[in-house]
Ligand binder design. Structure first.
Ligand code: KG4
Ligand code: ZN
Length: 347
């Protein structure tokens, strides 16, 4: 495998990160732990289907990958020959999407004769906290990570960069799906999570009460909540066909309030059981204003130490892939060229 660890940059380490696990094609360059470019191409095509269509996602990645990587290198104001190594998402994700990013990363690493670094997508969401950025503080080990995205809902104990234990996870839908499916029931386009957040700003969170799941310990369940929202809205619209339009803000605020409460209840259990009160949030749903507010309140009232990433590092991005690449590069954890992307990939 190519293994010429690059010394031609006055000892600066430049890592090119590539992310293509779902419906965003992303590339970023990190210089010695600091992001110097971060490009994401969203795929609008899925909006009209109400969810990600895997085959369309792979095609769009094929279309986007070359310009996105070129743009990341151009914005970083470097030459591609200065890149020290290439990090890419190995999984979990959609296989067709992962294949585009991994094949491209392998080819470029061969062409430039530089090492390849494979990255776990969910580990990257967590390790995004170690991007050196003036607006973010670095968490101290050990800490708890609440990873909340469109595909995952986990509480993870993070002992060091690469020593992580999953303490609890969802038994059915991910929290992002709970947001997106609730939004769909209300007739909102995909992804509906950010829209619920937006409408919730002007609504009453206690206008409607939805039941919380009865799942023991640190595991989660969201499928029951989705069903109860569906039945409630069906019943109300039978009586008043304009129910959703007339109550969109209150419905959004109440759904968000319920979901945030479920997450906070589980975090409380985790803090109690582990005696760790440093909490970091990660993943697309950590952009949600409700969970951010609830955590900041807990920081004030319960002396938790809370770590909230910048918005650009919450939803899928390649900066988080590049930072893991940077950490692995320093430990010489290189990948071989026959590494295979994994749709399912345990942390
Ligand atoms: O991490 P991510 O970008 O992709 C996955 O790996 O899944 O997460 C996407 C999820 C979607 O379900 C989207 O609706 C949700 O994050 N999301 C939000 C917000 N922003 C993104 N959910 C609630 N409130 C938000 N502000
Ligand atoms: Zn993600």
């Amino acid at each position: 495998m190519p293994n010429s660890t690059n010394k031609k940059n006055n000892n600066s380490i430049y890592i090119l990160g590539i992310e293509s696990s779902c419906d965003d094609t992303a590339a970023a360059v990190i210089k010695d732990g600091k992001i110097i470019s971060n490009i994401v191409a969203n795929q609008k095509i899925h909006e009209e289907y109400g969810g990600v269509v895997p085959e369309l996602a792979s095609r769009a990645h094929q279309q986007n990958i070359v310009p996105v990587v070129e743009m990341a290198i151009k914005k970083a104001k470097i030459d591609k020959n200065q890149v020290s190594a290439i990090a890419f998402t190995e999984g979990p994700g959609l296989l067709g999407s992962l294949l585009v990013g991994s094949s491209f990363a392998k080819s470029l690493s061969l062409a430039l004769n530089i090492p390849l670094l494979s990255v776990h997508h969910m580990q990257a969401h967590i390790l995004a906290h170690f991007i050196q950025d003036d607006e973010m503080k670095l968490p101290q080990f050990p800490f708890l990570a609440l990873t909340i995205s469109g595909g995952h809902t986990q509480i993870v104990q993070v002992n060091s960069y690469f020593d992580m234990t999953v303490l609890g996870e969802t038994l059915d839908d991910a929290v992002g799906e709970a947001f997106d499916k609730s939004a769909k029931i209300m007739g909102l386009p995909y992804p509906g999570g950010p829209l619920i957040d937006q409408y919730a700003q002007s609504g009453n969170p206690k206008a409607f009460k939805f039941p919380k799941p009865k799942v023991k310990g640190m595991n989660f369940s969201f499928s029951g909540l989705k069903t109860s929202i569906l039945y409630f809205i069906q019943k109300q619209t039978k009586e008043n066909p304009s129910f959703i339009q007339e109550n969109l803000a209150d419905l959004s605020a109440s759904i968000q309030y319920t979901i945030v409460n479920i997450l906070m209840d589980k975090l409380e259990i985790a803090v109690e059981e582990t005696n760790i009160n440093r909490i970091a949030i990660a993943g697309g749903v950590s952009a949600n204003s409700g969970i951010r507010q609830a955590l900041l309140q807990a920081q004030k009232e319960r002396s938790w130490q809370v770590y909230i990433p910048k918005f650009e590092f919450t939803t899928d991005n390649a900066a988080m892939i590049a930072i893991v690449g940077y950490l692995k590069y320093q430990e010489k954890q290189f990948s071989s060229l026959d590494v295979i992307p994994k749709a399912r990939y345990k942390m």
